[in-house]
Each structure stands twice: as structure tokens, then as C-alpha cells.
Design a protein around this ligand. Structure first.
Ligand code: FE2
Ligand code: FE2
Length: 313
């Protein structure tokens, strides 16, 4: 590959990372800790330490020798912007670390400085792609272009074999994680609902305020009949008075983080009904609500030995 292709590819990947991160900052709740950790790693160790160093060590000195002055003109602007990027990173890193340690109050400041950093990089990459690199190519003598590629490769191996491939993969992880959260794991609502209705387990969900929000298998046969009218009502109103204290105890335990499951099993004719309640928490551990699963486990209890062959439908 030509040196321009190598460096422009870095720009393109980094711009996609920046766009994904900005989107995550704009989303309700902001970026997850996993995303922040990946982002800090990427901008510090790749965009700054690897990409900018390729230019500072192997491109800029060479074109300076070919007559493009280091002081005044585009080269000086590029170097000054590398410094500005470093200064912003020096502010981003401690804020990011604070958020990772649990201080979400720093998230807004982090988002603001990150957006300055992203704006700087975007305009910097544009100037390099459209002004500095063409100017550098004009100034180069035979053999110079190959020397820059060799320099880029040497710098990358000095930072660890396969560094570019590793950070490009991390970039994809960052980009995908934002898209996934946006699109409910890449599934549209119809598919997601159909999948939940296909589970051999009936699900229902009560939110953090104890309001019934969802139940599966609405149109299929259910172990416990439920009506749409239950949606939007308090869960305490959907249970016989004598069991309300138990419902409240389970929910209180879940909210306090004292219990990870509550389970019961009852017999209904030939069926053995397994009923379980689980606290649903987000990645940061915040309580989102309670999920109930109801399953007839009688057929499962009867399984013995093994079945490894497909039967005829
Ligand atoms: Fe640069
Ligand atoms: Fe660059």
C-alpha cells in the first residue's frame, strides 16, 4: 500500500470511531463503561501514540528535508494540532478514569471535551488528506514514498506486532457496540417479539416502579391467563391479596440487591409449573425491573438417557 493509503485508512477508521462515540454520548444514559474503556484505549494508544507518531517520526521530518518548512505553513499547523489533541487527551483520560470508577457525574464533562477532541481530529484529517499529503507527494523524490512506508511499518512493529490489526478490530467493536444498542441487538421489534413468543417459557416483565410492562405469548395458549388490561397496572393489583406481601418482599429484595432469584413450583394436573422471578439489571447494575418466567417442566423431568438422533416430523 502507498503511505497515503495507510494514513488515510487510519483517518477513516478513527473518524468512524469518533462518530460512534459521539452518538453514544448523545444517547440516553450515555456510553457504557465498556465503550468508554475501549474508546480511551483506542484514542490514546492508536490515534495518538501510533498514528500521529507515524507522521511525526517518518513523514514530517522527510518533507521538511524536501523544503516544506516546519515553522509557518501547513506542517506547523499539523504539528500544533497534534499538540492540541494531546492536551485534550490529557483532560479526557482522568475524566474517563473517574467515570470508569463509578463517578457518572463526570460524564457530561467527558462528553464535552470528547466532542472538542472529535471536532479537532475531523478537521485535522481533512487538512492532511486534502492539503498536506498532496503537497508532500509533490515534494518527494524517488524512493521517499517507499521510505515512509518502511518507517510506518517499523514504528508499528516497535509498538507491538499486529498493532494496526488489533486496533482496527477494537474500532469495529466500538462502532458495532453503538449500533447494537441502538437497534436492540440488530433485531427489529417484530422479530424480537416473535422470538420471545417462540420461547418454551412464558415471560412477563414489571418495571422498576412495579408496573406491568410486558408479557409474552399474548395470542398463544398460556399456563396462566393474562389480559392486555394488566399492562400499565401495578403488579400488586394483579395478585390475590394473600400473596401481595410475598410479591412485595421479592421486589424489595431485588431492589436492595439481596436476592438474585425467587422460585416456586406447583402442580397443575399432569403439569409441573416452575415459576421464577429474576431481577433485571443493566450493565452498570441498575435495577430495571423484575422478569417472571413460567415453564411446564414435567416433560423435562421425564427425560432420561440421551437422544442424539433427529426424529421424523
Ligand atoms: Fe496528523
Ligand atoms: Fe494523520
Amino acid at each position: 500500500m502507498l503511505w497515503t493509503e495507510l494514513l488515510k485508512k487510519d483517518h477513516e477508521i478513527t473518524e468512524r470511531v469518533l462518530a460512534a462515540a459521539e452518538k453514544a454520548f448523545a444517547m440516553k444514559g450515555g456510553p457504557t463503561n465498556a465503550l468508554i474503556a475501549n474508546l480511551l484505549d483506542y484514542v490514546t494508544h492508536y490515534a495518538d501514540r501510533c498514528h500521529n507518531q507515524k507522521e511525526e517520526q517518518h513523514l514530517f521530518p522527510l518533507i521538511e528535508q524536501r523544503g516544506i518548512p516546519r515553522h509557518g505553513g501547513p506542517l506547523a499547523v499539523m504539528l500544533a494540532e497534534h499538540e492540541q489533541a494531546k492536551e485534550l487527551l490529557a483532560q479526557i483520560a482522568p475524566l474517563g478514569e473517574a467515570v470508569l470508577k463509578g463517578d457518572r457525574t463526570k460524564l457530561a464533562d467527558l462528553g464535552k471535551i470528547f466532542s472538542d477532541y472529535a471536532a479537532l481530529l475531523k478537521s485535522h484529517y481533512w487538512k492532511e488528506n486534502d492539503i498536506l499529503y498532496p503537497m508532500a507527494m509533490q515534494a518527494m523524490r524517488p524512493g521517499d514514498a517507499e521510505a515512509v512506508v518502511k518507517g510506518i511499518e517499523a514504528l508499528e512493529s516497535s509498538l507491538g506486532a499486529g498493532i494496526r490489526e488489533r486496533y482496527y478490530a477494537l474500532a469495529e467493536t466500538i462502532i458495532k457496540s453503538v449500533d447494537l444498542e441502538d437497534l436492540a441487538y440488530g433485531l427489529d421489534r417484530e422479530t424480537l417479539a416473535a422470538m420471545l413468543n417462540t420461547l418454551p417459557i412464558e415471560l412477563s416483565f414489571v418495571d422498576a416502579d412495579d408496573t406491568v410492562r410486558y408479557f409474552s405469548h399474548e395470542h398463544g395458549e398460556k399456563i396462566f391467563g393474562r389480559t392486555r388490561g394488566a399492562i400499565g397496572t401495578k403488579v400488586q393489583n394483579c395478585h390475590p391479596q394473600k400473596s401481595v406481601h410475598m410479591v412485595n418482599q421479592i421486589l424489595a429484595d431485588f431492589k436492595a440487591g439481596k436476592r438474585e432469584v425467587a422460585e416456586f413450583w406447583i402442580e397443575m394436573g399432569p403439569r409441573k409449573i416452575h415459576i421464577r422471578y429474576f431481577p433485571v439489571r443493566n450493565k452498570e447494575g441498575r435495577y430495571l425491573g423484575c422478569m417472571e418466567t413460567v415453564q411446564d417442566i414435567a416433560p423435562i423431568q421425564k427425560l432420561t438417557g440421551q437422544k442424539r438422533l433427529l426424529d421424523t416430523p
